[in-house]
Design a protein around this ligand. Structure first.
Ligand code: GUN
Ligand code: ZN
Length: 425
């Protein structure tokens, strides 16, 4: 048993929907037992003689950040110059992902990737691997040794790429099944069925992905949807029977509450209504959408239609591992759409909101008793510029907004995974 002391903040509802949405305890503490949150409350009520204490005052303690869309084999693609999606994939991304055929390379990158997440306060991610099953073995091995709740899968891609990163419909089905069998029930790991996107899959392969989704209805399905206008045109030329991009996935049984659609920017009213009807999630990737010039996510429109959304880095199209920086760019994207992102709503999104997007809110994303003790400790005065601004702060919302706009890994004091401090360095 252990007591972690600080200013505790955890959401139990979306501040955009209801007023009573969070608990905030100024002189608070989280008691951790067996890797889980035992109780959250006033420090004075929870302290016990003989129980180890870690004092993080005056910093904030929140549930760890969750990143529901990120590419682990792109740690050396991030910051590749001058292209939009399809050229960027061809010129930088596919050649780099080809290197993950080498198990040693994959293992080194997996460790570096998870350390980047932990350095930034991210305790769970849903990751795309490369086409090689070994990339998932490397990721899950590294996650298991760190005790992290990690989701991921090998990308299924059998056309429109270099041969080094292509599989076949049959091999992608067989390899995915073998990975599911190998990793099921181990650690805190969840396999995600991962057809990369419609352009790199034949109809036979999307059918295989749909068959896997039907065989394993509890497993998430992750892919990309309507990120870029040229991508949409190309997709519709490859699938002429489909009424729109979403319909391609719909025809193969790939929609539903376990399905995560990265980007989901350029959508028709029909597609938005169908996403809401099927419970399909839309994942906003703001730094990537700006970097690749893809477009501006319609948060308010999706919310109004009843589509559940998450917010993610999408490294290496995304430009930062930091969920704080991701919320910063998200604020600016929504400004450009005449929408808004209040700080409380932003921090809910990156924690409980993303847990809901992944269907994991019973385990992570809040500090409710019984949930896994994954936490981030944040310092709103982490840099001289932040400290200067913080002198004029009076409310929790103002402090969170400063973290959202100016924060990054320097504002992350500690990252707890199942109660263990894991911030590198
Ligand atoms: N669409 C298909 N693959 C990718 C990828 O790796 N990154 C992004 N941003 N979009 C994709
Ligand atoms: Zn992506």
């Amino acid at each position: 048993m252990m007591l972690i002391r600080g200013r505790v903040l955890s959401f139990h509802a979306d501040p955009a929907e209801v007023e009573d949405s969070f608990i905030y305890i100024e002189n608070g503490a989280v008691v951790v037992d067996g890797g889980r949150v035992a109780v959250v409350g006033e420090y004075a009520n929870l302290r016990r003689d003989g129980v180890e204490e870690i004092d993080h005052r005056p910093h904030l303690i929140l549930p760890g950040f969750i990143d529901p869309h990120i590419h682990f084999p792109q740690v050396q693609v991030i910051a590749s110059w001058g292209a939009q999606l399809l050229d960027w994939l061809r010129d930088y991304t596919f050649p780099e992902e080809a290197r993950f055929a080498d198990a040693d390379h994959a293992a080194r990158m997996a460790g570096a990737f998870l350390d980047q997440l932990l350095n930034n306060g991210t305790t769970t991610a849903c990751a795309f691997g490369s086409v090689h099953p070994g990339s998932v073995d490397a990721l899950f091995t590294a996650a298991e040794s760190r005790g992290m709740a990690m989701l991921g899968g090998k990308v299924m891609m059998d056309r429109n790429a270099i041969p080094a990163v292509q599989d076949t419909a049959q091999s992608s089905y067989d390899d995915t099944k073998a990975l599911i069998d190998r990793w099921r029930g181990r650690g805190r790991l969840t396999y995600a069925i991962t057809p990369r996107f419609a352009i790199t899959s034949t109809p036979e392969q999307l059918a295989a992905a749909g068959a896997l989704a039907a065989e394993y209805p509890d497993l998430p399905v992750q892919t990309h949807l309507s990120e870029n206008l040229a991508e949409i045109d190309y997709t519709l030329s490859l699938y002429p029977q489909a009424s729109d991009y979403l319909d391609v996935y719909d025809r193969f049984g790939l929609l539903g509450p376990r399905s995560l659609m990265g980007h989901a920017i350029h959508l028709s009213d029909r597609e938005i209504a169908r996403m809401a009807e099927t419970g399909t999630r839309a994942i906003h990737c703001p730094t990537s959408n700006l970097f690749l010039g893809s477009g501006l996510f319609d948060e308010a429109g999706l919310r109004k239609a009843g589509v559940l959304t998450g917010v993610a880095t999408d490294v290496g199209g995304g430009t930062s591992y930091s969920m704080l920086q991701t919320l910063n760019e998200s604020y600016k994207v929504l400004q450009l759409r005449g929408q808004n992102l209040p700080a409380l709503q932003a921090f809910h999104w990156a924690t409980r909101g993303n847990a809901i997007a992944l269907g994991m809110e019973e385990r992570i994303g809040t500090l409710a008793p019984g949930s896994d003790a994954d936490m981030v400790v944040l310092d709103a005065r982490a840099t001289p510029a932040m400290a200067l601004r913080a002198e004029r702060i009076e409310t929790l919302a103002e402090e969170l907004f400063l973290l959202q706009i100016m924060g990054d890994d320097r504002a992350v004091v500690q990252t707890y995974v199942a109660g263990r401090g894991m911030k590198p360095g």
